[in-house]
Design a protein around this ligand. Sequence first.
Ligand code: 8YV
Length: 316
Amino acid sequence: TLMKPRVLQLGRLLPALEARLAADYDVTLLAQQADPRAFLAARGREFVEAVTSAPVGIDAALLEALPEVRVVSSFGVGLDRIDLAAAARRGVAVGYTPNVLNDCVADIAFTLLLDVARRASEADRFVRRGGWLQEKFPLATRVSGKRLGIVGMGRIGRTVAKRASGFDMEIRYHDRNVVSDVPYGHEASLPALARWAEFLVVAAAGGPGSRGLISAEVLQALGPQGFLVNIARGTLVDEAALVRALQDKRIAGAGLDVFLDEPRVPEALLALDNVVLTPHVASGTHETRQAMADLVLENLRSFFERGEVRMQAPVQ
Ligand code: 8YV
């Protein structure tokens, strides 16, 4: 019988994915080793594959500790924690899971947008604490027909735009590149987009060069009637500036699925009624996580059968 290829799994994955991995490969879980550093030093060269996830990633030092690894398969679309340049230098293939999560991530963008504008979570808290028996709930902000600015017109940005058109929203976007195959207006300047927009949804990739893109200046431009929604990466937003803007009511509210230092959320946000907070769950449906798991396995299988993963991460 053939020996199963040796796979190093860097962090925990869905139980169903772990079971399917273990059926086809000889899997070792790095996160389970008492001393991961010592383990890597002693046995790092035994592995030909590494499986990771978007939040865990794989950096240059870890790649170096795995000199025989030829393929990395990541659960997620985000590549900000994967050192793509280091992988490319070594000729390591990097598989990831784009497209299959576009719909669910865009759905959460709209969940957060509608929730914060219409004060749905706040209203729920109000009913639960018996507030309705004492007073009227305050009015909220209309969503339909409003101006939506999208930061990052990639796969997810476009899917957000599709949903927004169902709400008769006017759409413009900011992106490093002018995207030729969408009918929406491009704003070359992010503050200009924020000034125009009543809702600003962040759907850009994280990683080098994108840190703090949503700066104090951008938030100031969004203004006291403007709402921010972030379903991309916490690193894209100047979180301290966001907290201050929310506290001082210099923006109207925010819906956030991602944060700078997950799972830690700034204490100050917990006290505010004009924010809706979710724990990085935009892709977290049974259907989408299953599709992502399928693609993680497919990327590995394809690498062994054809020498390339099915969805190769672009080399930046
Ligand atoms: C995570 C994500 O992969 O795809 C991404 O980039 O951030 C998420 O889908 C997911 O939370 C699994 O950890």
